[in-house]
Design a protein around this ligand. Structure first.
Ligand SMILES: C[S@@+](CC[C@H](N)C(=O)[O-])C[C@H]1O[C@@H](n2cnc3c(N)ncnc32)[C@H](O)[C@@H]1O
Length: 233
């Protein structure tokens, strides 16, 4: 299957054991360190701990550690490729005690990883626009023991002002421009990472909100599903 420029392997019954997945997870984390995606100890520990295969639909489970996004229940929803998580969380400087907002819950995997990084003193809020995807993620997180994250079904382009301000915001869906409510809901000193679509290409952008204004840096070229809702395309 070809999905938005990615070649997705065909669905099949899962065959791999827990031990095989464990081995693949360790090898993947070592690869992410070697490639320079993982820099911090907390992100490394979180990626070693969270069992990604438990957030992947049954018929794609054997591919959990391949560098491809995999389809989820819902409209155009995917679990992003493994390298996406450190690609977002490292420039955010995601750390212990952070108040973190994710726009695009997807499978719930990124939410679980963030929960591990911020720890019990932090806060994780995730918003998902698609009701089917939302239910899939909610069940995954419950089963995996992450009942202490705040899950919201709605348009994450509007953020979640009820629990703002946030130290870190990740938007794993491509925007035409970064939604203003998200910038408003960032703490001073807070950071946001989002793919911004322009002329057929997408650029991963890092914003840092300072007292004087918002600083913008480009990280790299990427390929994400489009943001839906009021700020969507
Ligand atoms: C690439 S996936 C996110 C992957 C997810 N972080 C994970 O770990 O599985 C992007 C998600 O954003 C969701 N989405 C798109 N527009 C949205 C919006 N305006 N508000 C909330 N979620 C949105 C999609 O339905 C999809 O589930």
């Amino acid at each position: 299957m070809n999905m938005r420029g990615w070649t997705i392997p065909p669905p099949k019954e899962p065959t791999k054991s827990r031990a095989q997945f464990e081995k693949e997870r360790t090898a993947k984390v070592e690869w992410l360190v070697g490639q320079g995606y993982i820099k911090s100890g907390r992100v490394k520990e979180a990626l070693l701990k969270v069992r990604r295969e438990n957030f992947v639909p049954r018929n794609y489970r054997d591919y959990a550690y391949l560098e491809v996004p995999l389809p989820l229940p819902g409209k155009r929803a995917t679990i992003s490729c493994p390298h996406s998580y450190p690609l977002f969380y490292e420039p955010l400087g995601l750390d212990e005690g952070h108040r973190f907002l994710e726009v695009g819950l997807g499978s719930g995997y990124g939410t679980a990883v963030a929960r591990e990084v911020v720890g019990p003193d932090g806060l994780v809020v995730s918003v998902e626009i698609d009701p089917l995807t939302f239910e899939f993620a909610r069940a995954n997180l419950q089963r995996a023991g992450y009942g202490d994250v705040v899950l919201v079904q709605g348009d994450g382009g509007l953020g979640y002002p009820e629990m703002s301000p946030y130290d870190s915001i990740a938007v794993p869906a491509a925007c035409i421009e970064i939604p203003a409510p998200l910038i408003e809901q960032l703490n001073t000193g807070g950071r946001l990472v989002a793919p911004v679509a322009e002329g057929g290409a997408q650029t991963l952008v890092l914003l840092e909100k300072g007292i004087q204004g918002v600083k913008r840096d480009v990280i790299c070229q990427v390929l994400y599903v489009p943001l839906r809702g009021v700020y969507g395309s």
